[in-house]
Design a protein around this ligand. Structure first.
Ligand SMILES: Cc1cc2nc3c(=O)[nH]c(=O)nc-3n(C[C@H](O)[C@H](O)[C@H](O)COP(=O)(O)OP(=O)(O)OC[C@H]3O[C@@H](n4cnc5c(N)ncnc54)[C@H](O)[C@@H]3O)c2cc1C
Length: 466
């Protein structure tokens, strides 16, 4: 088989051991963790330094070949298309050094390919943590996390989610191959110790960008002190009692000081008859602090719902399992997933939640054996709520896959029209959001992309961009 036209050049840059263009190698990079179609790159390269990344980007520009950066490949809204059979997939997982743990400045700087689990394993013995994502921690890279959802959670659940403010800055290779640093590194004499920059906060251009403005090679995150005392709690509500459960989660969320490191309202099973489980995890620097939080929580739950609405004991076993092993939770046994998710303002979360549940129940009528509703969850995410609904099908059933994807498409449009907001701007989800952008905003995005990437090599065709 003939090699990709840039095979020799890429071997010169990264070393032949780290370049592959055989069918079986490129297919391994064709999908994310969703049911959306595969998009096969032409070649894969695994750089080791920012300089190598810069050389690759310059080469791609010279030959006008698209680049698709890749971390753990775990995103779930459709893998970027690039140009199938031609694009260069830049796999960042070789760049996995933890560069600096600065306990005094409370920052940690890592290369983009470090996984959340690796970072946590390194920080925990020092009594520290950084905000990462809920799961799958052993695959999600810090670079992918910053470019992707970064809605949060974190294996340690040591703070309410909404992680974007905890990003201090990035080092990135721009589409023209230049290497830049944001934040306090806009003063070349300073360390990366604060998000504030000379001029506007351009780190934000990369956060949630899905890699359309460049390749992140390093990330600096805030560090926090680990809270050693922790306890998991749970309360189960009968399915008619969703409103009671929601009232409880709202009251808990509004309490100051914050009571939880994590709080979820979880509905397992068919949506029409779901029992609701309010799961929470409280942490404290001392036993007294933790006990105070737990007592306040119990009081709020008791005051919010009538005594027959909930049972304290039923859900504890499930909660413990779910919260300790975030990415092993039961729906994964159900097959391939398609996930709908929204960030919602507190004042209309419940309406969006109910409308989506009804849509899913209605749409799946007659399909119950082939597309399973894996239930739903409502995470407290800072002052907002994060909703997710999982559908599951067997990959051997292409009609079921199409059905799951079409229900998800309808749900995504409904949720957006009701005022929800999507954090996942991957190919398919991102296109739906971009279609709703006011023209002035999409023109601004187009102009920015064109100015930064005139040859359109960096993750093209995302967000309805060319
Ligand atoms: C089971 C499961 C549970 C999840 N739970 C959560 C959760 O609780 N909270 C949460 O926030 N997320 C969650 N996610 C989503 C996941 O954390 C994000 O999609 C994350 O962005 C993926 O990181 P990754 O390294 O796998 O990136 P990839 O999937 O490889 O890439 C994501 C996007 O970023 C681009 N990209 C990757 N690396 C770089 C880089 N270095 N520079 C520029 N662009 C780059 C890619 O081109 C792609 O567009 C979950 C995913 C799964 C599968």
């Amino acid at each position: 088989m003939a090699h990709h036209p840039l095979y020799s050049d890429l071997c010169q840059i990264a070393g032949s051991k780290y370049v592959a263009d055989s069918d079986f190698a490129v297919w391994a990079y064709a999908k994310d963790s969703s049911a959306y179609p595969a998009r096969v790159p032409g070649i894969v390269v695994r750089p080791n330094t920012a300089e190598e990344v810069s050389e690759i980007v310059k080469l791609a520009n010279q030959h006008k070949v698209p680049i698709v950066p890749r971390g753990g490949g775990t995103q779930f809204g459709g893998w970027p298309p690039g140009e199938p059979g031609k694009s260069i997939c830049v796999d960042m997982t070789r760049m996995r050094r933890i560069l600096d743990v600065n306990e005094l400045n409370k920052t940690v700087t890592v290369e983009a390919g470090v996984t959340c689990a690796e970072l946590e394993a390194r920080l925990l013995p020092k009594g520290l943590y950084a905000h990462t994502v809920f799961s799958p921690a052993d695959s999600v890279t810090i670079g992918g996390m910053v470019c992707g959802v970064f809605g949060g959670g974190g294996q340690m659940f040591a703070g309410l989610a909404s992680n974007w403010p905890t990003i201090v800055g990035v080092k990135a290779v721009l589409p023209n191959g230049e290497v830049i640093e944001t934040g306090t590194r806009t003063n070349p004499h300073a360390k990366m110790f604060f998000r504030s920059a000379v001029g506007p906060d351009l780190a934000g251009l990369f956060i949630g960008s899905m890699g359309i403005f460049g390749i992140i090679t390093e990330v600096t995150l805030d560090l926090f002190y680990w809270q050693p005392h922790r306890e998991v709690g749970a309360v189960a509500y009968k399915y008619e009692r969703l409103d009671d459960a929601y009232q409880a989660i709202v009251k808990l969320g509004m309490h100051e000081p914050k009571l939880f490191s994590l709080c979820i309202l979880f509905g397992l099973g068919p949506l029409a008859q779901t029992d609701w489980q309010l799961l929470y995890r409280a942490q404290g620097h001392s036993r007294e602090e933790l006990d105070r939080k737990l007592e306040t929580t119990a009081r709020i739950i008791e005051d919010t719902a009538p005594p027959d609405a909930w049972q304290p004991a039923d859900a504890v076993g499930y909660a413990t399992e779910f919260l300790l092993h975030g990415h092993d939770f039961p729906p994964h046994t159900l097959g391939m997933w398609t996930i709908m998710e929204f960030l919602c303002p507190r004042d209309n979360t419940l309406e969006i939640f109910k409308a989506l549940s009804e849509l899913i129940v209605e749409e799946l009528r007659g399909w119950e054996d082939r597309v399973l509703s894996g239930g739903c969850s409502m995470f407290m995410c800072g002052e907002q709520h994060y909703l997710s609904f999982g559908l599951y099908h067997k990959e051997s059933d292409p009609e079921a896959r199409e059905k799951a994807l079409s229900v998800s498409q309808k749900g995504n449009i409904l949720g957006l029209e009701m005022g929800g907001f999507k954090l996942v701007l991957n190919k398919e989800g991102g296109d739906i959001c971009a279609a709703m952008m006011p023209p002035a905003y999409s023109n601004w995005l187009r102009a920015l992309k064109k100015a930064m990437d005139p040859n359109n090599i960096m993750n093209p065709h995302m967000l309805l961009l060319p």
